[in-house]
Design a protein around this ligand. Structure first.
Ligand code: PGA
Length: 257
C-alpha cells in the first residue's frame, strides 16, 4: 500500500491575515511541478478566509489544502470564542488538528474532550489530524508506547469508522525544542500505532492510515524520517513559518533535491 506523503504547516498563533497572504504569494513562487506529496496549511482561524482567497489567486489552489488548528465538538451554541466544524468547512478546511499537546497543556483539554472533537469532525465530514505523544518524563520511564496507545484508545473509543483520520505522533519533548526524535525511534512508535489501528479497524484501514511525525522537523532532518516505512509525512511548526523552509522540507522529504 502506498500512502501519499503529507506535509502540514501548523502556524500556531503566528501571522496576521496580511502576513498570511504574503506567505501564500511567496510560497506560490517556490512551488514546482516536481514536488511530491500533499500539502496542507493550518493558519490561525482568523486568517483562514484570507489564506483561502489567496490560494485561489495562485497556482496553489489545487495543490494546497486548509486545516483548522482547533474546533469545538458542538456545531453551534453558547461557547464564546470557539469555532465549529461547519464553520471550518465553509472556509474550505478539509482537516482539523485535534489533541495537540499545546491544547492539552495550556487549555486543559483532556482525552474525553478530544474524543468528542474527533467524533464531531468525522461526523461533519472533515478529517481530524489527531496528535498524540509522550512527555519527557514518560519517555524516561519508558512509557512511550503505553501513553501513546492510551491516548489513541481514549480518542477513538466511540468511533466505529476512522476513514479519513490522520494521526500525528508528536513527542512533547521534541515540539519547538530543536530536539527531534531519532527517526528509528519514531518509526517504532508509528509501527505500534498502525498495529493498534489494525487490531481495532482491520488491516486495510491500518495500511491506508497516514501517520505523521511532528517535533522539530527541519529541511535537514526530514529525509531521515521519510525513509522510514511507517512515517508518512510531517506536522511542522516553527520551520513552516518561512515559505522557503517549508517548501524545502517537502522537497527534501522525497529525496529528490
Ligand atoms: P515544531 O512544532 O515543528 O515547532 O517542533 C511541531 C508541532 O507542534 O506541530
Amino acid at each position: 500500500m502506498t500512502r501519499r506523503p503529507l506535509y502540514i504547516a501548523n502556524w500556531k498563533m503566528h501571522k496576521t491575515g496580511t502576513e498570511a497572504v504574503a506567505y501564500v504569494t511567496e510560497m506560490a513562487g517556490l512551488m514546482s511541478e516536481s514536488l511530491v506529496g500533499e500539502i496542507i496549511l493550518s493558519p490561525p482561524t482568523i486568517a483562514l478566509a484570507a489564506v483561502g482567497e489567496a490560494l485561489k489567486m495562485t497556482v496553489l489552489l489545487n495543490r494546497v489544502g486548509l486545516a483548522g488548528q482547533n474546533v469545538h465538538p458542538e456545531p453551534k451554541g453558547p461557547y464564546t470564542g470557539e469555532v465549529s466544524v461547519p464553520m471550518l468547512a465553509e472556509h474550505g478546511c478539509r482537516n482539523v488538528i485535534v489533541g495537540h499537546s499545546e491544547r492539552r497543556t495550556h487549555f486543559g483539554e483532556n482525552d474525553q474532550f478530544i474524543a468528542r472533537k474527533v467524533q464531531a469532525v468525522l461526523e461533519g465530514g472533515l478529517s481530524p489530524i489527531l496528535c498524540i505523544g509522550e512527555r519527557l518524563e514518560e519517555k524516561e520511564r519508558e512509557e512511550t508506547k503505553a501513553i501513546v496507545l492510551n491516548q489513541l484508545e481514549a480518542a477513538l473509543r466511540e468511533i466505529p469508522r476512522v476513514d479519513g483520520l490522520i494521526v500525528a505522533y508528536e513527542p512533547v519533548w521534541a515540539i519547538g525544542t530543536g530536539k527531534n526524535a531519532e527517526p528509528a525511534d519514531a518509526a517504532a512508535v508509528h509501527h505500534d500505532i498502525r498495529g493498534w489501528i489494525s487490531r481495532q479497524y482491520g488491516e486495510e484501514v491500518a495500511s491506508m492510515l497516514r501517520i505523521l511525525y511532528g517535533g522539530s522537523v527541519i529541511p535537514e532532518n526530514i529525509l531521515g524520517f521519510m525513509k522510514e516505512e511507517d512515517i508518512d509525512g510531517a506536522l511542522v511548526g516553527g520551520a513552516s513559518l518561512v515559505p522557503s523552509q517549508f517548501v524545502q522540507i517537502v522537497r527534501n522529504g522525497s529525496g529528490t533535491s
